[in-house]
Write a protein that binds this ligand. Structure first.
Ligand code: SF4
Length: 65
C-alpha cells in the first residue's frame, strides 16, 4: 500500500512523475490509487526515490494467512 507521511512538503515531484498515482493539492500529497500496472509500479518507485524528504512509502499488501 502506497502512503505519504507528514514529512511531505508539497513539492509536486511525485505527481509530476506518476500523475495517475499521486495528487498534490495540499500537504501532504494524496495517493489517488494504488499502482496497478507494471508501469505504474515503476513510476511509483521512481517517485519514492525522487521525493526530497522520503515521505512516500510502499508496503506490499500482506496476504491473509
Ligand atoms: S514528492 Fe514527496 S514531498 Fe513532494 S509532494 Fe510528493 S510526497 Fe510530498
Amino acid at each position: 500500500m502506497v502512503s505519504i507521511n507528514s514529512n511531505c512538503i508539497g513539492c509536486g515531484t511525485c505527481a509530476a512523475i506518476a500523475p495517475t498515482i499521486f495528487k498534490v493539492e495540499g500537504i501532504p500529497a494524496e495517493v489517488i490509487k494504488e499502482p496497478a500496472t507494471a508501469e505504474e509500479q515503476t513510476l511509483t518507485q521512481q517517485a519514492i526515490e525522487m521525493c526530497p524528504v522520503q515521505a512516500i512509502s510502499d508496503t506490499p499488501a500482506k496476504m491473509a494467512a
